[in-house]
Design a protein around this ligand. Structure first.
Ligand code: ADP
Ligand code: MG
Length: 242
């Protein structure tokens, strides 16, 4: 069943067309990967889906909610669409656990004990039960990003967006984050991931969408895009990643 439907989305900043007629759909449980050169519009696409920015035209549907409608409650939407950022976006003065309980208390209205239990469960899910009381500065980048993922998961979103979740990490820390993402994918989480991690895309993606200059040049399962790309532009880009 379709969970996310992006329909003919256009978005400009000033004179620059950043998204140009972008359309794709995801079923519940799908893992789709957005790839494309820097500046091709990947982050903007994600930001339109949780209304960090607004489309100029077109529609985005999450179930039967028109995300793009002005009357849509953005705070409710952001509980349903979680986001994991490249630079983790953790609060430095809060522990790993407190980074997670904050939203549970403020946004989901949980009491202190309930929020602590839920946060502890989600830290356990990303393999960080022992780091609950550590501050971000005491954690490695990979651990910080796993806290970021646990924080997003704790809101029990219908859809998780990832914007280059491993790009800020030292190479030796990428694997632990990719492993957590692969676990989530295997567990049925619906995920839209901006990433150039070929291993993750190959093993976890249902579809890859290759974006260039604000347009989806080509979409398809990994074996099709990697082995038999229909467009030279896709082939050149993907060859450059290997
Ligand atoms: P990507 O994530 O693929 O690197 P982005 O979506 O971040 O691409 O950016 C696409 C284009 O839109 C870039 O040229 C960028 O400079 C421009 N852009 C992104 N956000 C803004 C903004 N808030 N104001 C003006 N231009 C922006
Ligand atoms: Mg980006």
């Amino acid at each position: 069943m379709t969970l996310l439907r992006v329909e003919n989305v256009d978005k400009s900043y000033g004179d620059e067309e950043v998204l140009n007629g972008v359309s794709f759909e995801m079923d519940r449980g799908d893992v789709d990967v957005l790839m494309g050169p820097s500046g091709s519009g990947k982050s903007t696409m994600l930001r339109c889906i949780n209304r960090l920015t607004d489309v100029d035209s077109g529609h985005i549907w999450l179930d039967d909610t028109d995300v793009t409608a002005p009357e849509t409650d953005v705070n409710e939407l952001r509980q349903e669409v979680g986001m994991v950022f490249q630079d983790f976006n953790l609060f430095a003065h809060l522990t790993a656990l407190e980074n997670i309980t904050l939203g549970l208390k403020r946004v989901r209205g949980m009491g202190k004990a309930e929020a602590r239990d839920a946060a502890a469960d989600h830290l356990d899910q990303v393999g960080l039960a022992a780091q609950a009381d550590s501050y971000p500065a005491e954690l490695s980048g990979g651990q910080q990003q796993r806290v970021g993922i646990a924080r997003a998961l704790a809101m029990e979103p219908k859809l998780l967006l990832f914007d280059e979740p491993t790009s800020a990490l030292d190479p030796e820390l990428v694997g632990e984050v990719v492993d957590v993402m692969a676990d989530l994918a295997a567990g049925g989480m619906t995920m839209l991931v901006v990433s150039h991690e070929m291993g993750f895309a190959r093993s976890a993606a249902d579809d890859i969408h290759f974006l260039d200059n604000g347009r989806i040049v080509e979409s398809g399962p990994p074996e099709q895009l990697f082995e038999r790309p229909a467009h030279d532009r896709t082939e050149t880009f993907l060859t450059g990643l290997q």
